[in-house]
Design a binder for this molecule. Structure first.
Ligand code: ARG
Length: 392
């Protein structure tokens, strides 16, 4: 092996292999496997994880996700080992299959699909989208956006690559997939693989007229799964939604769908001053609508009270298992009614153990349609036509 080809640090690999055998109660197999891994790293610079190691690593990466309140069910993560899939069209087809498995007719299942590991020159497959399903944003002539402003950059990029968006408020973005061999490619996910829920309110008939909807499966697709020194840059994963993610953030953040002014007016609230708490009152109604709509559609969704209780159960279980549970207070506490939930009233461990999911700065930029293309003449926000994909 040439030294430049080493991908994996021996220490990280060994620590993971030890943890795997220890947690699964297979210490009898530890030393032979360690010897094997060491030899492979010495010969090739990296090692191949067994399907069992990969599945364990992915589940523990979820368990270690400090920002996730939904970790009680980390053991149930279904792992789709697709490390052999490298063709862009097949990657896209696997993403659609992921959504079908995860959607499960509305009874959402936590699933991860793992594509091939990075090598010494970096990732072989990358999904630019931050989630498998996200909505495009379109700049309006009179100012402001139609759709999700957060999906503006990627929509621009996709349009530059030949996508023709319908121009509505909920246009699902195509998958933007980059492979080393094929560069950037666009793929539309078949409509029948994307379950969406129209949002209606249990008491207010007019709510439906707002024309709001949301997709059933939140599947993060631009975080790097890191297990025992190996990086899987393409490894989309999902759980189910907690209502406030949609009702308090996606629909109500002022730099997202920003529906509160409209809802406040239609509720007949006094919107002349913040002190009337009209936003707070409208916020509750939007969140009732989200939970009600998912329930009526038979689609799994958690409310923030229940999910907070579950998280405390998770903490207790982790403590019993003798493990520290990393958690980030500012992410764990729900974005509405914080102090009504028990997760508000305590502190958390702040370690960042591995395996984990990591969001690279470059990945964050790609999700906004900005290529990490190093050529300054091309600018930063650039389409592939002007900027050949760069594998630095
Ligand atoms: N907050 C993100 C969204 O609204 C999804 C993040 C992951 N959420 C989850 N429940 N697994 O789309």
């Amino acid at each position: 092996m040439r030294p430049g080809n080493r991908v994996v640090g021996l220490g990280e690999a060994e620590e993971f292999i030890r943890r795997y055998h220890q947690e699964l109660g297979r210490s009898d197999l530890l030393y032979p496997r360690l010897a094997e891994v060491r030899r492979e790293i010495e010969d090739t610079g990296t090692y191949t994880q067994t399907p069992e190691e990969l599945a364990f690593g992915a589940r523990v990466a979820w368990r270690n996700s400090a920002r996730c309140i939904g970790r009680l069910y980390w053991r149930s993560l279904q792992v789709r080992d697709r490390r052999h899939v490298t063709d862009a069209a097949e990657v896209a087809a696997e993403c659609a299959a992921h959504l079908r498995t995860a959607t499960n007719g509305g009874r959402i299942r936590p699933v991860i699909t793992v594509f091939g590991p990075d090598d010494a020159t970096g990732p072989d497959v990358l999904i630019w989208n931050e989630q498998l399903v996200r909505y495009a944003g379109h700049l309006r002539f009179e100012g402001g956006y139609t759709g999700d402003p957060r999906g503006y950059g990627l929509a621009e990029l996709a349009t530059g690559l030949g996508w023709r968006p319908p121009g509505g408020a909920f246009d699902v973005l195509p998958l933007v997939i980059e492979t080393r061999r094929q560069g950037l490619r666009l793929f539309e996910i078949p409509g029948e693989d994307i379950l969406e829920v129209p949002i209606a309110h249990p008491d207010f008939g007019w709510f439906e007229e707002l024309g709001l909807r949301w997709h059933a499966v939140p599947a993060i697709s631009n975080m790097r799964l890191r297990i025992g020194g190996i990086s899987y840059s393409a490894a989309p994963f999902n759980g189910w939604y907690m209502g406030t993610e949609i009702g308090a953030r996606n629909l109500c953040d002022t730099d997202r769908y920003d529906v509160l002014p409209d809802v406040g007016r239609r509720l007949g609230l006094d919107t002349s001053s913040d002190r009337t708490l009209w936003r707070d009152r409208a916020l509750v109604e939007v969140n009732r609508a989200v939970l009600h709509s998912f329930d009526s559609a038979g689609v799994t969704i958690a409310d923030h009270h229940t999910e907070s209780e579950r998280f405390l159960t998770h903490l207790a279980r982790e403590e019993l298992a003798g493990r520290s549970c990393p958690a980030d207070w500012s992410w764990i506490v729900p974005p509405m009614s914080g102090a009504l939930t028990p997760v508000f009233h305590r502190y958390y461990d702040e370690g960042r153990p591995s395996p984990d999911f990591h969001l690279d700065e470059a990945a964050r930029l790609r999700a906004e349609g900005i290529s990490p293309c190093p050529d300054p003449r091309l600018g930063t926000r650039t389409t592939l036509r002007r900027c050949p994909v760069w594998h630095g």
